[in-house]
Write a protein that binds this ligand. Structure first.
Ligand SMILES: CCCCCCCCCCCCCCCC(=O)SCCNC(=O)CCNC(=O)[C@H](O)C(C)(C)COP(=O)(O)OP(=O)(O)OC[C@H]1O[C@@H](n2cnc3c(N)ncnc32)[C@H](O)[C@@H]1OP(=O)(O)O
Length: 159
């Protein structure tokens, strides 16, 4: 059985999404990333999933009200219970052809059961050259984030 490893959300940026400067709030973009990645992780694991970590989130270009926003989320690496998802956000004026990449990040989800205990997830096996490269970078991001978690705990005394 093939499991779908990709999810795409597409919608218009609304006036309620923007800040005082007329650009979409960073927090709103993070919410969209979280939701699209949740759908991707739940679709892959067939379980309820929780966000563990968002790594390397980059705000490259602003998103403007009225632009059509596309959030593309794809599984690029799995551990025992974790799913590591690569997300790219794109924006375009629907009347025009030009599309810009506005954000990208890695986000990690964990599948849990009805009692909140972690459950194992299906293994993702990269096949295409691009998938192999993305998995390599996702593993770097995970290792870096875990090292940072350790630094917080050991150096600052709290997580
Ligand atoms: C039931 C009702 C259904 C209703 C259906 C409604 C649907 C509704 C729509 C939802 C719309 C959107 C929803 C979004 C989803 C939220 O927003 S969920 C809310 C936000 N997240 C949370 O509240 C989670 C809070 N955190 C926790 O509970 C715990 O930290 C966790 C996540 C359970 C992890 O527990 P832990 O024991 O500290 O984790 P640990 O064993 O160290 O690591 C677990 C895994 O994460 C990996 N990991 C650890 N640290 C990191 C790191 N920094 N970076 C990367 N990976 C890491 C580990 O390698 C491990 O993976 P595996 O090796 O097993 O593959």
């Amino acid at each position: 059985m093939t499991i779908n490893s990709e999810t795409e959300f597409r919608f218009l940026a609304e006036p309620t999404d923007v800040n005082f400067g007329g650009k979409v709030h960073g927090g709103m973009v993070m919410k969209w990333i979280d939701q699209a990645s949740y759908a991707c992780a739940a679709q892959w694991s067939k379980r309820y999933c929780v966000t563990v970590s968002a790594n390397a989130i980059r705000f490259i270009r602003p998103i403007l009200v009225g632009q059509m926003v596309t959030i593309s989320a794809r599984i690029v690496h799995t551990g025992k219970t974790s799913m590591h998802i690569y997300v790219v956000v794109r924006a375009t004026d629907p009347k025009e052809d030009a599309v810009v990449v506005t954000n990208r990040c890695f986000i990690t989800f964990m599948a849990i059961d009805e009692s909140g205990y972690p459950v194992e997830v299906p293994h993702f096996e990269p096949v295409r050259e691009e998938d192999l490269l993305l998995e390599k970078v996702a593993i770097h991001a995970k290792d870096f984030a875990k090292k940072l978690d350790q630094d917080f705990e050991q150096t600052l005394g709290w997580k």
